[in-house]
Ligand binder design. Structure first.
Ligand SMILES: NC(=O)c1ccc[n+]([C@@H]2O[C@H](COP(=O)([O-])OP(=O)(O)OC[C@H]3O[C@@H](n4cnc5c(N)ncnc54)[C@H](OP(=O)(O)O)[C@@H]3O)[C@@H](O)[C@H]2O)c1
Length: 249
């Protein structure tokens, strides 16, 4: 297969790589030539399916149980991935909690959990990755179109968390640019996954909010991540790349 991104010999970690966008990203990076570690919490079998799919493509793959809600595990996953693969070139911060509910129903536990997984885990993984990445390293975070346009009530915590990692990405780009490491954020629109199924109760409204009038696929997001991970994106950093079917247009 011809490779546009050309990730031959690269070593990647995709957090939350057992399902949805993370799984599609792991497979896509492998198709471009990368060895891949995926993390999961509950989806051991699904993560092992991803490992087998990557191995079928002729690349190395490892599944690690690492809960991004736990500070030690979030940072430790990066070191474990680098140890398993013999280094780390690409970090894809994908794992997140998609909690949607009315403001008045958000408990302190909800606040702490969303911040722990969606923000603190991303920060700690980026910090650990930056400590061991060589020039050419890539930090790619999966944000959300809700940072640009919220769909309606219920998105307070989630939108706050995704805006936080968008700010983090820009600051990382400034901090790590001198070392030749890029940091970018991809903002998916409504994507058909377990988190936001295309046959869910709010799906018709979300599809209607896009310019293209449909849900996207995990593979369509993975394509953008692979581009940012590859050599053609060498001069792209601190960028927000929307893959949202025109949701924010
Ligand atoms: N789908 C959408 O419409 C949409 C839109 C905008 C942005 N996004 C973003 O895209 C990313 C992926 O979403 P998705 O739709 O693919 O979600 P998904 O189908 O729910 O998959 C979530 C993945 O993250 C893992 N995960 C969840 N909590 C974790 C934790 N505490 N530690 C480590 N891994 C954890 C899950 O692992 P287990 O299998 O072990 O549970 C699973 O692999 C997220 O950052 C999400 O916010 C999604």
């Amino acid at each position: 297969m011809t490779s546009r991104a050309n990730l031959s010999g690269k070593k990647a970690l995709v957090t939350g790589g057992s399902r949805g966008i993370g799984a599609a990203t792991a497979r896509r990076l492998a198709r471009e030539g990368a060895d891949v570690v995926v993390t999961y919490v509950h989806g051991k079998e699904a993560a092992e399916d991803v490992v087998r799919a990557v191995e079928t493509l002729g690349r190395r793959a490892v599944a690690l149980r690492a809960d991004a809600a736990d500070a030690m595990e979030a940072a430790g996953a990066v070191d474990r991935a680098a140890e398993a693969l013999g280094g780390l070139d690409i970090l894809v911060n994908n794992a997140a909690v998609g909690l949607m509910q009315p403001l008045e129903d958000m408990s302190l536990t909800d606040v702490d959990r969303v911040i722990a997984v969606n923000v603190r885990g991303v920060f700690l993984a980026a910090q650990a990755a930056a400590a061991l990445m060589a020039p050419g390293g890539r930090i790619i975070t999966v944000g959300s179109c809700v940072t640009r346009r919220t769909p309606g009530p219920g998105a307070t915590l989630y939108a706050m968390s995704k805006s936080a990692v968008t700010g983090l990405t820009k600051a990382l780009a400034r901090e790590l640019g001198g070392r030749g490491i890029t940091a970018n954020v991809v903002h998916p629109g409504p994507i058909d996954t377990d988190m936001n199924p295309a046959d869910g109760p709010f799906a018709p409204d979300q599809a209607a909010m896009t310019s293209l009038g449909r849900y996207g696929t995990a593979e369509e997001v993975a394509t953008a991540v692979a581009y940012l991970a590859g050599p053609e994106a060498v001069y792209v950093t601190g960028a927000e790349l929307s893959v949202d079917g025109g949701y924010a247009a």
